[in-house]
Design a protein around this ligand. Structure first.
Ligand code: CU
Length: 625
């Protein structure tokens, strides 16, 4: 064995022993560390409350291999017991970490009793669009009882990401976790001593599938389902006195507690993993020094409160320079952004919009804080002012885009069901025949052959750039997330007509998720440098189910020559013809076949009018939201 190989093995072994302790040393495929704290407290993953340091640097990039076992488990994140869709028994799912350039191999063992796909939110998937995990766009469904392996690298990417199911509304039920890529050359490495991850989310006591059915029931005239609670890193508190009779609910559920050492500086990576809720985030008496936004280092800027929309992430440095005590962590759901009418699902929710956790200095008593909130008020649904987020080092946007599109977002009724429309059409995922399979090597379609309800936007210019104008023609706020790229935010403003005279052509903010306010426009640009099929969608999951999704087909002339790996294609081997005779003849693949059959039957039974394909559009009423 060559010395370099021995070194490699030693590095690998030491890594596994430090970050993955659940697996025996001999196991070929280690599982992620189990993060249950004590036997008295088995309901929560708790390592998310443990600080960590950057991973050891390796001489060259290495492969990091993980297994996520997905299954439903009874947990009570806010005191109320329900079936939570867990990963390795945990909610939130385990944190996945790697260094810049590492190969990340993740085996998904699907024991959910349902189909799934997993998306790596923010990772560009350069050259691996088929590992982007979007059902109906980049891959077929992972059947229950089977394993599927994602295998990708972040390349030059670093920063704070997350992973979540991208099939139906599953992530809302718990299939979500953090994904961190450390940069050994992080310019701020000396500005902090340790790191924490913190996930924010709204939480529902009813399973999301049932909420989607109500949201898309014929004649429904309310807004998105009101959450029952908000969670910080999987912990929150609901009002058990309002829980339905016969349910299991334990009051005074433990809150999220982050323990810090006085004198140290901490990098908090804060991720909004909500179905809908935007949060205003702050820590009493502790200013937040922003250093990273969605995988982009920024010139540090200090704020006391920041708004974080669904899908967005911030790294902030918190200096433990106050007296040894307890301080409130505040993640307040921005009420102004949650629309409610008397008809709205769960309108009688006892949701406490003021979600809290505790920042506890080591040595402080285990009591609740008595600290006061920062004085300033943020009462809107806007992002942190883009003009304050300056890249470090600076980068300029494309000056003359070669391709441009307009996406106009509206709501309307189709057969008395409210849908979200992109340029007049709700997206209809073709889950048996994803776009990548149609267009990439071995597929027999061209982008022009895609149906209108595929909401495809096609550009094929080498060394070109794209400009997208988003026109939000309704009163709701939409956090739009782009797959495959970060984008430059050229400008945004009220009305329906973008104003190029206010575009920032010098130093605009760059991120992968932007909030577009009600009755407003936003214009973004990016370089055409990543062939693939990229989703572009509102990250409010209810709106996704209603159709607020586009697909960007980037550099088709290269895509059509790129093969999809056999293991990815193999889960699509089943056609969707309902022919029982065929089933009898074909004894291969029976588990998957049965599974697919079950899914199709489920759809037949389902009253979710999600798939409006071949339905004649019938616009009955005017605009709705
Ligand atoms: Cu939306």
């Amino acid at each position: 064995m060559r010395i370099t190989s021995i070194f490699y093995v030693i590095v690998l072994l030491s890594l596994y022993s430090t970050i993955i302790n659940a697996a025996p040393a001999t196991s070929a495929v280690p599982t992620l560390e189990k993060r249950q704290e004590t036997e008295q407290d088995p309901d929560f993953n708790t390592n998310i409350f443990k600080s960590f340091k950057p991973l050891d640097i390796t001489a060259s990039p290495i492969t990091r291999e993980y297994t996520l076992t997905l299954a439903k488990t009874e947990l009570a994140p806010d005191g109320f017991s329900r079936q939570v869709w867990t990963s390795n028994g945990q909610y939130p799912g385990p944190m996945i970490r790697a260094n810049k350039g590492d190969q990340i191999v993740i085996h998904i063992q699907n024991n959910l009793g349902d189909f799934t796909t997993i998306h790596w939110h923010g990772i560009f998937q350069r050259g691996t669009t088929f590992y982007d995990g979007v059902a109906g766009q980049t891959q077929c469904l992972i059947a229950t009882g089977t394993t599927f392996t994602y295998n990708f690298t972040g390349g030059e990417q670093y920063g704070t990401y997350w992973w979540h199911s991208h099939f139906r509304s599953q992530y809302v039920d718990g299939l979500r976790g953090a994904l961190i890529i450390h940069d050994p050359k992080d310019p701020y490495l000396n500005d902090y001593d340790e790191e924490f991850v913190m996930t924010l989310s709204d939480w529902h006591h009813e399973e999301s599938e049932s909420l989607v059915k109500k949201r898309m029931a014929p004649g429904y005239d309310g807004f998105n389902p009101i959450p029952d609670s908000g969670l910080i890193s999987g912990r929150g508190r609901c009002d058990c006195s309002k829980a339905p009779q016969g349910s299991k609910c334990v009051p005074d559920n433990p809150l999220a507690v982050y323990v810090i050492e006085k004198g140290k500086r901490y990098r908090f990576r804060v991720i909004n993993t909500s179905a809908e809720a935007p949060f205003t985030f702050s820590i009493d008496q502790h200013p937040l020094r922003i250093i990273e936004v969605e995988g982009e280092n920024v010139k540090p800027i200090t704020m006391n409160k920041i708004n974080i929309a669904v899908g967005q992430r911030y790294s902030v440095i918190v200096n433990a320079d106050k007296e040894v005590n307890n301080f409130w962590i505040r993640a307040t759901i921005v009420k102004q952004c949650i629309h409610v009418t008397p008809e709205t699902i769960n309108v009688n929710s006892s949701l406490n919009y003021k979600v809290t956790g505790i920042l506890r200095y080591n040595g402080a008593p285990e009591t609740y804080p008595t600290t006061q909130e920062w004085d300033e008020k943020i009462l809107n649904c806007r992002d942190v002012d883009h003009n304050l987020l300056k890249l470090n080092p600076p980068r300029s946007p494309p000056v003359t885009p070669t391709d441009n599109f307009t996406l106009k977002i509206t709501f309307d009724h189709i057969n008395d069901v409210v849908h979200a429309l992109v340029n007049g059409s709700p997206f209809n995922p073709e889950i048996y025949d994803p776009t990548a399979n149609k267009l990439m090597y071995g597929g027999d379609e061209t982008p022009s052959m895609l149906d209108k309800d595929q909401n495809a936007f096609v550009y094929d210019t080498q060394n070109g750039s794209v400009e997208i104008s988003l026109i939000n023609d309704n009163i709701a706020t939409h956090p739009f997330h782009l797959h495959g790229h970060n984008f430059y935010i050229m400008a945004h403003g009220p009305g329906k007509v973008p104003d190029p005279s206010i575009f920032n052509l010098v130093d605009p903010a760059v991120r992968d998720t932007i909030t577009v306010a009600g009755k407003s426009w936003a214009v973004i640009r990016y370089n055409i440098d990543n062939p693939g099929v990229w989703a572009f969608h509102c990250h409010i999951e209810w709106h996704v189910e209603m159709g607020m999704v586009g697909q960007l087909i980037e550099r088709f002339s290269e895509l059509k020559g790129d093969p999809i790996p056999p293991q990815v294609r193999s889960i699509c081997t089943l056609d969707d013809d309902d022919d029982d005779d065929d089933d009898k003849k074909d004894n291969n693949n029976t588990a998957k076949k049965r599974s697919l059959k079950a899914y199709k039957n489920y759809y037949k039974r389902s009253d979710v009018p999600n798939h409006s394909r071949h339905v004649k559009y019938q616009f009955i009423r005017g605009s709705a939201y």
